[in-house]
Design a protein around this ligand. Structure first.
Ligand SMILES: [Zn+2]
Length: 63
């Protein structure tokens, strides 16, 4: 499980599903039951098989 934000390198904190329901894609919300959030940038993380690719894509977009 990821413990740090890939953007801020801050420690992630667990967040309840109902708080991030409108922040993640519907299929992700349905498939996952544990979410983490970065208090610094507000990005929500979840455990997924394509996490590495998603993180790389996100960084490319921001940069
Ligand atoms: Zn962050």
């Amino acid at each position: 499980m990821f413990t740090r934000c890939v953007l801020c390198n801050k420690i992630l904190s667990e967040v309840s599903r109902d708080k991030i329901k409108d922040k993640v894609p519907e299929y992700v919300f349905q498939a996952q039951d544990k979410f983490l959030r970065c208090d610094e940038c507000g990005r929500v993380y979840w455990q997924g098989t394509h996490w590495d690719n998603a993180a790389a894509t996100l960084q490319e977009i921001i940069q």
